[in-house]
Design a protein around this ligand. Structure first.
Ligand SMILES: [Mg+2]
Length: 187
């Protein structure tokens, strides 16, 4: 059975980080306003430390998340034909003492929403690139390293990566979970 590593944030779940920022700052930012990978880079520098304390101590980010359309149903299908692993990053160098708080939320969200995946198949790391496997699905191109099939799911921060670079890195862009199903379940 081939193995698949699937990311959580902006792959299975979308939109949660910006909602928390908007609620905290009383703003209405949209993804058009986000120019970098980290959504919270939009928080003014003088408020960032306070924001991160609030974020890690008071917020369960997964209470805010929306599931990417059809993601859970398609992962359940994939789980019949592949060995599925969920691989999610949690290190935040801006606040190493408290960033592991999010691990509890990730773990609990997974056991509740993806009960068909064994918890032994949860991988929490920030070095996905060093894990060799058959297939990876992620919104961050560097995380796809070391896989035979690399599926980059379109997100606000990767939509401008040109096709030539994707080709060079042997990466296939997928706009949604239907496109993933088309590639991985169409046999
Ligand atoms: Mg991600």
């Amino acid at each position: 059975m081939k193995k698949i590593l699937i990311d959580i944030d902006d792959t299975i779940l979308v939109d949660c980080y910006l909602e928390v920022v908007n609620e905290y700052l009383h703003t209405n930012y949209t993804y058009q306003d986000i120019k970098k990978y980290w959504v919270d880079d939009i928080v003014p520098e003088e408020l960032l430390e306070e924001y991160l304390n609030y974020f890690y101590n008071k917020i369960n980010i997964y209470d805010y998340g929306k599931t990417n359309e059809n993601a859970i149903q398609i992962i359940e299908q994939l789980n019949k034909y592949y060995e599925v692993f969920i691989c999610s990053a949690y290190i935040d160098h801006r606040n190493l003492e408290i960033c592991s708080e999010i691990l509890v939320h990730k773990h609990n969200w997974l056991i509740k929403n993806l009960p068909f995946i064994k918890p032994e198949n949860f991988i929490f790391t920030s070095r996905k690139d060093v894990i060799p496997t058959d297939i990876k699905i992620d919104d961050k191109i560097d995380n796809l390293e070391n896989a035979d099939t690399k599926l980059l799911i379109t997100a606000y921060h990767n939509k401008n990566i040109p096709e030539t670079i994707l080709k060079e890195k042997n990466v296939i862009r997928v706009d949604n979970w239907e496109a993933i199903a088309e590639i991985l379940l169409n046999h």
